[in-house]
Design a protein around this ligand. Structure first.
Ligand code: PLP
Length: 499
């Protein structure tokens, strides 16, 4: 196990050189290296860890061995200590202009690909094999795109050279409209559908169109962190409502009610949920709709996992229960059709669109500004949404995702000090580490320690805006043998780990 934290080693190295944070910033500026004040203070306080490039720079600037600073030296190895050299920092202060990121990004984070992943990449570059349970990207785990989808894209490629209508190809939107009809989403016409380069682009587009500075948007905790990031980037405040672990990770209605103010504009519902794998029942959705009705809120539903539902359950679109409210429903093919790399998602506006005329104008402006989404990917929407749905084979009894879900759930439940809610949908599981046993104070540190000691990569709960420490997410897409190896390592790690 790692004996000292990165923050402690950084402080030691700075002290050895007689440098304060401000000195380090000056040196970096003089070297033309981008290093922000808040970055350094977060590293020193142990809140975050630097990316590989920054770590390499810090090691150079502080004259210490990079692997010592990273803490990746072998157990028991005598690690190089910071050298005592006398640098006159003022000599390095130059007149060189440096460029920092925009202040809009000050509070924006997306830790699913954050510093722990940087560390994993760095280890991989050194030739270390990492078991990656961190990203919901089906293709690398042998989930192949249906052949028909690939062939259809290939045969249409020559017709996809130009921009499409900014909302998307007619055939793609028609298929999406029909899909919405099947899901009972009311009042969706062709002009209410916007294709995007994945749902990700549309989350950004919608929040930019909808959120004014200071607007409050209710976002679940834990969440898929892009929602919090985009609301923040748009100048709004992501107000997190709790999803209750004791209630199978269902949204806590009282908590939602208690967090509504005169500034609340919309609520984001991620159903099925990432990272918990929870599927919300119709009755609960009806109650959420009722709250939105009372407070005149926009309903924004992220339903990208709606076809990855297990145990014979069925997904209900919240927009189908709210014909009198303005709803935006997002969906796509990244997960259900295993084509995350093709980048195709969509959003459908439904229900009472009259009350959102001006907002829709804003959405149109932004949609036009990006010209259109990736046209080859749009060209296969019709094929993908119609006919045989190969995803069903993965989630039915005996299907690969279902088997892996059961395996991971059983293995995790059997580890002392770990408790976990069985997920019903998607391919994520969000276990809890007993605070009395493990005393987890810092999820990132846990993920880093696990990575460095066992070469297993997970994302800590904090990365999903879940502020109670001691949770982490596992993506159970890898095959059983790989999952088994990772869980053996996790179990061994947890048998001695304490924070
Ligand atoms: N929404 C949720 C809940 C997700 O988990 C993800 C990806 O993991 C996305 C949206 C982004 O999907 P896309 O690939 O369509 O951008």
């Amino acid at each position: 196990m790692v004996q000292s934290t990165f923050a402690a080693r950084l402080r030691d190295a700075m002290e050895a050189k007689g440098l304060k944070q401000v000195d380090l910033l000056r040196i970096a500026a003089a070297d033309g290296f981008k290093l922000g004040k808040s970055q350094v203070s977060q590293y020193v306080s142990g809140k975050t860890q630097p990316r590989a490039e920054t770590l390499a720079y810090l090691a150079r600037a502080l004259d210490v061995d990079e692997s010592w600073l990273a803490g990746t030296g072998d157990k028991g190895q005598v690690l190089p200590q910071p050298q005592q050299t006398d640098v006159k920092t003022t000599e390095r202060e130059g007149a060189m202009r440096t460029f920092t990121k925009s202040s809009k990004l000050d509070h924006v984070s997306y830790d699913v690909r954050g510093p722990v992943v940087d560390e994993a990449n760095r280890l991989e570059e050194m030739g270390v094999h990492i078991l990656k349970l961190n990203i919901g990207n089906p293709a690398p785990f042998g989930f192949r795109t249906p052949d028909e989808v690939v062939q259809d894209m290939a045969s249409q490629l020559k017709d996809c050279e130009g921009y499409s209508d900014s909302r998307g190809l007619f055939a793609a939107r028609k298929a999406i409209m029909q899909y919405d009809q099947i899901k009972g989403i009311p009042n969706v016409s062709m002009s209410d559908i916007y294709t995007g380069n994945g749902v990700s682009e549309l989350i950004n587009l919608l929040t930019q169109a909808m959120v004014n500075t200071g607007d409050e948007i209710l976002v679940p905790s834990p969440d898929y962190p892009l929602w919090t990031a985009c609301v923040t980037l748009a100048g709004g405040v992501a107000v997190h409502y709790m999803c209750d672990e004791q209630a199978g990770w269902m949204p806590d209605l009282d908590d939602i009610r208690s967090k509504i103010t005169s500034n609340t504009k919309a609520i984001v519902i991620i159903n099925p949920n990432n990272p918990t794998g929870a599927l919300y029942p119709k009755e609960l959705l009806e109650q959420i709709v009722e709250i939105c009705r009372q407070h005149q809120l926009i309903i924004v539903a992220d339903e990208i996992y709606d076809r990855l539902v297990m145990d014979g359950q069925e997904h209900v679109s919240i927009a189908s229960l709210a014909p009198d409210l303005f709803c935006v429903t997002m969906n796509g093919l990244s997960k259900s059709h295993m084509i995350a790399g093709y980048r195709i998602g969509w959003m459908s506006l439904s229900g009472n669109k009259r009350i959102a005329r001006d907002l829709i104008e804003g959405i149109n402006i932004l949609s036009n500004m990006r010209l259109c989404s990736n046209v080859p990917a749009q060209s296969i929407v019709q094929t993908a949404l119609g006919g045989h749905q190969s995803v069903k084979g993965y989630v039915r009894d005996g299907g690969r995702i279902r088997q892996q879900r059961d395996f991971v759930y059983e293995r995790l439940s059997a580890i002392e000090g770990v408790s976990v809610v069985k997920p019903t949908a998607a391919f994520y599981i969000f276990p809890r580490l007993d605070p009395d046993r493990f005393n987890i104070q810092d999820d990132d540190q846990f993920a880093l320690d696990l990575l460095r000691e066992k070469r297993v990569l997970v994302v800590g709960g904090k990365g999903f805006n879940y502020m109670t420490p001691g949770y982490f997410r596992i993506v159970y897409l890898p095959r059983r043998a790989v999952l088994g190896e990772a869980l053996d390592k996790l179990e061994d790690f947890l048998s001695t780990y304490r924070q």
